[in-house]
Unconditional design. Sequence first.
Length: 315
Amino acid sequence: MAAVQGDVPRLGLDAFTQKRVVTQNHVRETEKLAAEVQAGQVPRPAFVVWPENASDQDPFTDPVARSLIDTAVATVGVPVLVGAVINGPDSRHVQNAAIVWSPATGPGEIYLKRHLVPFGEYLPFRGLLTSIAGRFSMIAKDFSAGHRPGVLSLAGVRIGDVICFEVADDQVVRDTITGGGRLLVVQTNNATYERPGDNGYGGETAQQLAMSRLRAVEHGRAVVVAATSGVSAVISPDGHVLQRSGVFTPALLVADVPLRDPRTVADRLGAWPERIAALLGALAVAAGAAGLWRRHDAAPPARPVAEPDLLAGRA
């Protein structure tokens, strides 16, 4: 498989202000991949993964965005998982989508992000907050959540797809594995909220990479992280990082990854260890509180202090 990191033209909240530039970046890197395959420099991948928001314009309604994606997919000649922002389900909402794009038939299966992030993908108490701080109006539309697990077919391979910080949601990730995912894909965009740090990237990128390594071990699956501006990575089922990109730079990762079917203990037990731990914690708190109450009831009453005899010693 291959993961494409096209990078963004700007940083922070301005990362996507230039329409379709981020899409052009991913098209350019995909065409570069196709050229390397043609030259025999890298093997032809079965499929390619683009990151979250690789298309900032809805390719179903924007003919330029669609043409760019069609060109890239046709050039590389294999299915591409395209991260895109699409309109709907009404005029006040958009959706965070992963689209399976075939070189033969165009767009097919779609996964819509289920677990949305407040203040990043939707604004709670929109009327109140925008009246207090006008900067909140930069979140022009709220995202609408999907409802089905991200189990998709890419070149005949069943993958489990999660988008951005969905990798932190136990249930969302587990649903893709129990639904048949043989490989875990994490599509992410860190450009909007990241700044390069002393170690080359900020906290969000480091967190997501660590979480992706944990998910690999937890579910016994290889993990492919495709990030708009980095870090993109290929992680083995034992949690080792086999390949990784830099940040805020274009990159291509091409690797052989194992496909796994067996379910781990974590897959089978689900949330029960967490529930049992929470119950035991609650019982421990209750037992401690009961012990304090019993000790309070058993304490002997305080002895009254005798008042001094003011007349004592008088003639």
